[in-house]
Structures are given as C-alpha cells and as structure tokens.
Design a protein around this ligand. Structure first.
Ligand SMILES: [Zn+2]
Length: 486
C-alpha cells in the first residue's frame, strides 16, 4: 500500500479509547432537578487536570451546554498559577461539584505572604488594610444569584468578550497520525472550529473537517513535503527553504498551525517579508514530515537572524529547538553576518538560546586544543579548569553570535574574567565534560551537508521588509516560544 493511502492513525486509536472512557464517566455528572447546575464564570472549582490527572484549583471562564450529557454543561477553565496553554473545556464529571468557591472582598488585619498554586509559585505580600479577594465555599444563595445588569457584571462581560478572541478554539488537530491538543487560539475558518477536530495534510498543511476529506486530498496532494528548496539533508533530517512571497499559501498554513502553540495576540498575515526554514523528518516512503521551523526576515533592520521558532509538541524535548537555532547560525556564518533572535525572548526561548550560546563558546575554546573528543583527552591542558585568552571580536566572527548575547551568556554562567590582557574564558572540568557529552549524544547540524547560497534580494523585497519592520513594531508577531524544556 502506498504511503498516501496509508495515513497512520494508530496513535489516534489510543485516543479514541480515552474518549470512550471519558464519555462513560460523563454519566456520573452531578444533576439537579433533571439537569445540571450551571456554574457562573468567576467561580472556582477543583478540576481534574488532564496533564497530571490531579485535582487543581481552577477558575471558570465560560460555561456551555454539554455535547455529550443532555442538560449538562462543559466549562472552559483556567488553572490558577499555571500557563494558559493548560486552559481548556472540561466536562462536569472532571469537576468536584461539591466544593464550589466564590470570591469575597476582605480587608487584611495582619500582613501575610501568599504563594500562588501551580507551576509559577509566585509570592504575593498582603499588607495590613489592603483589600483582597478571598475564595470561600459558596453558599446555596451564592449559586442561585441571578446575574444582574450591574456595572461590575457589564465589565466582566466585556472582559469575557475580549478573552474570547484568545481562548483556544480548536480541541484537537490530527497531523501525520498524531492527535495534538492545541495550546492557544488560531484563526482557522470558523466552520472548522465547530468540528471535533481539524485534519491537516502532512505535506501542504491544508486543513480538512474529517479524516476522509484529508485522506482523499492526500491521495492527490502534489507535494510530499514543504515546497521550496531542500537545502540540507543528513540521515533522516532535512531543511527546506521557502520564500513567503512565493509559497504564500503554504506559509499561511504554517503560520496558522504555529499560532496554535504560540500565545500572541495577532497573527501576521503577510508572509512575503520572510523566509521560512522548515525542518522535516524523512520517512521510509521518502515523504518529508514537518518537525518544526523558524522564520527569518529577508531584510532585518535589527540584524535578526530568526523571527519566530517552533517545534511541534510531539517533537519537543528531543533537542530540535537547539538544532533549529544552530542551523540559523550556520546560515549566518555562510552569509558572514552576525545575527541575533528577535527580542524579547520568552523564558523558554531564552533557555534554549543560552544553552546554544554556551555550547558555541565551549566549541570555540576547546577548538584551540588537540583532543580525541573526550574530556579525558583535555586533562593534560587543565588541572581544574581550562583558561583561554580570547578577543571578543574574534569570538563574534567565528560564532556569528552578537556581542551582547555572548556577554550576557558569559555573565550568566560566570565563565569570563576581564584582566589587562583582555577577556579570559574559564571552563570547569564539568563544563568541558558536558560539552563533549552534548556533542556526542545530541543531534547537531553538520555544515558539510548544507547546500545553500544566500538568496539575492531585489530592491522591492528589501523595501517590503522594511515596511513590515515598522508595522511589526506596533503589531506583535509570532514571537519566540514553544521550545518547552528542549
Ligand atoms: Zn496536501
């Protein structure tokens, strides 16, 4: 059977089992007088979080009639102290309906420190005399309160309308056999958001309302991977370079997919000012399936060599985020230009970058010595640490990493010392060991396999980019994100 007729759906099958289990347990939901009690937005409840299977405190954002239990409700909830990517629709059987909390204003009589639950552990100091909202078990009267048309309620409704545009609107996507739960809102056509999920073509990323529609498209899809030019291939990993002005349909499909995993207010629709570098895994039928990508402005006033970066969730924690970053610097080396990612960096983006920048500095330092690829072979040059005098311009020239990024990395890892002879880099034995381990065990870009010459830009393209640059200063684009614990 050819690949095109054999869309792998094995991973979907296991999800179907989960869905069945969830439907069965829906029958246990709490009912009051023939239907469930409808809880208002703003109340807090304990909800069994899908990700950790534990009850966590969550705030109800919006109720809607249940799709599976007649007279019941589903609730869109935000887990207190957790990233919004974990927000989602939960049925009543996953909510502890016996403990419902309502906010009450209280004035502090003594100072206290409150640690927020969840994964951010933020501390908040409550001072004497300050008014706070405290959550207490709701009484029957609280729950029966009809919504009045007070200014506070009108304000809450307005806030909810604004939030609506940011709320995750798609429950599931299917891509190359993976069922993926999106994290954030993406402006796919509204009709598709009412289906149980969206089915994407693995190669052109076009979107379909059913598995049948997707399969029938894939049997005639003219592509077997991203459009554009294959500029790198080693083992099963390949990079395709795509011009957003030429392959604008694919680029738009890619941005829609990326937006599902990037929490930004707006999607940038004009793909023309960008090149896209799509990383793919080649399968046994010579089809190229997307792993992630980064985009790069054709002409960046800020010398950015990367605008947006994404590794799809099913490929995270495999080192692909760093692989994409390494590739972006390889292109800068060929171009003989120094580059930097578009700022600001997200927390996770900064972690991935710092890790790559440190690796590049170690590579530069260790490259000055003869070794056989093990920390042991370096011991003859060091007792406890390796010291090397460098000049920063040389380090910039070799790595193509911007000076400021190098300095911030050296400062944060405490590996540089300034003296009368210039800058001295000091690497501990454990750092040298970690470098060799990383080099051996993680996936790295092999420059020998790059077949690329920097694209020549015409005047029109360059001026288009500058216009985009200005627009982007006021409009947020797909920023750096989604490198989760790479
Ligand atoms: Zn297709």
């Amino acid at each position: 059977m050819s690949r095109r007729n054999a869309t792998p759906l094995t991973r979907e099958d296991s999800s179907d089992v989960d869905m069945e289990a969830s439907n069965q347990s829906s029958a246990n939901s709490v009912c009051c007088g023939g239907g469930s009690r409808k809880l208002k937005a703003g109340l807090r409840v304990l909800v069994k979080m899908i990700e950790n299977n534990k009850y966590e405190m969550a705030e109800i954002q919006k109720p809607r009639p249940s799709k599976t239990v007649r007279g019941g409700y589903d609730y869109y909830v935000h887990f207190m102290g957790y990233n919004k990517r974990l927000d989602g629709w939960y049925s009543e059987d996953l909510i502890d309906m016996k403990q419902i909390y309502v906010g009450r204003k209280v004035t502090n009589r003594k100072e206290s420190v409150q640690v927020s639950p969840g994964d951010d552990n933020r501390k908040k100091v409550n001072r004497i005399g300050q008014t706070n909202v405290e959550y207490v078990l709701a009484t029957e009267a609280d729950l029966q309160d009809e919504e009045e048309d007070t200014p506070a309620i009108r304000k809450a409704r307005k806030k909810e309308e604004l939030e609506e545009g940011r709320r995750r609107n798609i429950d599931m996507i299917v891509l190359n056999g993976w069922r993926i739960r999106p994290w954030y809102f993406s402006p796919y056509p509204e009709a598709l958001t009412r289906t149980e999920g969206i089915y994407l073509c693995s190669w052109c990323l076009s979107f379909w309302p059913s598995v049948y529609a997707m399969k029938s498209h894939m049997s005639v899809c003219p592509l077997n991977g991203p459009p554009g030019k294959k500029i790198y291939e080693k083992d099963n990993l390949s990079f395709f370079e795509m011009d957003g002005g030429v392959d604008d349909v694919y680029a738009t499909h890619l941005c829609l997919l990326a937006k599902l995993f990037l929490d930004h207010k707006t999607v940038y629709y004009d793909t023309k000012p960008f090149f896209f570098y799509v990383l793919c895994e080649k399968d046994e039928e010579d089809c190229y399936n997307i792993v992630g990508y980064f985009s790069k402005e054709k002409c960046s006033a800020d010398e950015n060599n990367l605008a947006c970066i994404l590794v799809l969730p099913q490929f995270q924690k495999k080192g692909y985020g760093r692989f994409l970053i390494e590739f972006s610097y390889l292109l800068s080396k060929v171009e003989q230009k120094t580059g930097s990612p578009e700022k600001p960096l997200s927390d996770l983006g900064l972690l991935s970058y710092r890790s790559y920048w440190l690796y590049a500095i170690c590579e530069f330092v260790i490259g000055h010595y003869e070794h056989n690829g093990t920390a042991d072979s370096m011991k003859k040059y060091m007792s406890k640490e390796l010291n090397l005098h460098i000049t920063l311009p040389k380090l910039v020239e070799i790595t193509r990493i911007k000076r400021d990024d190098l300095i911030s990395t050296m400062t944060s890892y405490g590996i540089a010392r300034q003296n009368i002879n210039g800058t001295q880099i000091i690497l501990s034995l454990s750092m040298v060991d970690k470098y060799f381990k990383n080099k051996k065990e993680k996936v790295h870009v092999d420059a020998k396999y790059l077949k690329w010459t920097p694209p020549v830009l015409t005047e029109g393209v360059a001026s288009g980019s500058r216009a985009a640059d200005n627009q982007r200063r006021t409009e947020s684009f797909l920023g750096l994100s989604s490198l989760a614990e790479d």
